[in-house]
Design a protein around this ligand. Structure first.
Ligand SMILES: NC(=O)c1ccc[n+]([C@@H]2O[C@H](COP(=O)([O-])OP(=O)(O)OC[C@H]3O[C@@H](n4cnc5c(N)ncnc54)[C@H](OP(=O)(O)O)[C@@H]3O)[C@@H](O)[C@H]2O)c1
Length: 278
């Protein structure tokens, strides 16, 4: 999928980029890095184009093996064999993880997925002239249905921007936002999969209460949510218009809508995000 802001890129360069020709590296290979790597492999990148390093060797060997990626003993080995380097360690260790490789990162394209580490931070961490961009992806990148919130300020040249655009859009929707909005966008999309999974569970329980077998109930709700989202994304229809369209006057759906309002569903969603963002 690829709804993208192409303003900084050459559309033809993006179309021409063949994932099989790009070599990517991950500094840190935990949940997020593995999700991105899996998404890239689903999108057509050979696993052998992917290198990664982490702190625990045995774990790294096991996690890279599942997609045929190459485990590396240190970060320099990853950087030297990669065109694009994802910084995928926890935000509090970005500084130390980059310290020993800043010279090797010059001439590479650095894509950060570390939440809260922005363009300005990397201007201090990396050597002058290093090409870098800060992003916040979410876990569904592993099935190429993710969201990439990308800071609208970077130090990529047009060719590098096109390459990054091609990589990210292969695994999800790419949206460019100012640094001030990265946290809000990242919270809704990054934490959202947990909330969506709770909604699947909740409507699944409701179906089970009324006799639908458990496994079938989850499958039905997952398809219903995915299908509804796809309809809204593809049509651009306002969500309220879709809701209105399926609520017949005096019908059953509007009774359910009224009960969800009475139970504070909308307010609960807003309060959940407030709780995180403060
Ligand atoms: N998880 C999400 O949904 C999500 C969403 C958006 C953004 N992010 C961002 O993604 C980044 C990674 O998060 P995560 O959830 O994937 O964390 P994680 O599962 O804890 O993975 C962190 C990885 O970094 C490795 N590591 C730690 N220190 C290192 C160092 N000095 N050099 C090289 N590797 C090092 C760890 O190795 P060991 O496991 O061997 O210790 C591990 O492979 C974070 O900055 C987070 O903000 C995550």
């Amino acid at each position: 999928m690829a709804e993208t802001d192409m303003s900084k890129t050459d559309e033809q360069t993006v179309a021409r980029t063949d994932l099989a020709t790009v070599r990517v590296g991950f500094i840190g290979y935990g949940h997020m890095a593995q999700a991105v790597a899996l998404g890239l492999v689903h999108a057509g990148m050979p696993g052998g184009n992917i290198r990664a390093c982490a702190m625990t060797w045995d774990k790294l060997v096991a996690t890279t093996a599942s997609i045929g990626a190459i485990p590396c003993h240190d970060a320099r080995e990853v950087v030297e064999a990669s065109d694009v380097v994802f910084i995928a360690v926890k935000p509090q260790v970005v500084d130390t993880a980059c310290a020993s490789i800043v010279d090797a990162l010059v001439g590479k394209v650095v894509v950060s997925v570390a939440w809260g580490i922005t363009y300005d931070d990397y201007e201090d961490i990396l050597m002058s002239g290093t090409a870098h961009v800060s992003t916040v992806p979410n876990i569904p990148v592993c099935v190429d249905e993710g969201v990439w919130a990308v800071e609208d300020r970077d130090s990529l040249d047009p060719g590098q921007a096109a390459l990054v655009q091609a990589l990210l859009s292969a695994t999800g929707l790419v949206v460019r936002v100012p640094a001030a909005l990265l946290n809000a966008v990242g919270t809704v999309t990054g934490c959202g999969p947990a909330f969506a999974a709770m909604i699947v569970e909740a409507f699944g329980d409701a179906a089970v209460k009324h006799g639908v077998p458990r496994a079938l109930s989850y499958k039905l709700v997952e398809q219903m949510l995915g299908g509804t989202s796809k309809m809204l994304l593809e049509s651009g229809q306002h969500p309220a218009a879709l809701k209105d369209a399926v609520c017949s006057p005096g019908g059953t759906t509007i009774r359910g809508v009224a009960k969800l309002e009475e139970c504070g569903m909308r307010s609960a969603a807003i309060q959940a995000i407030d709780e995180i963002l403060g």
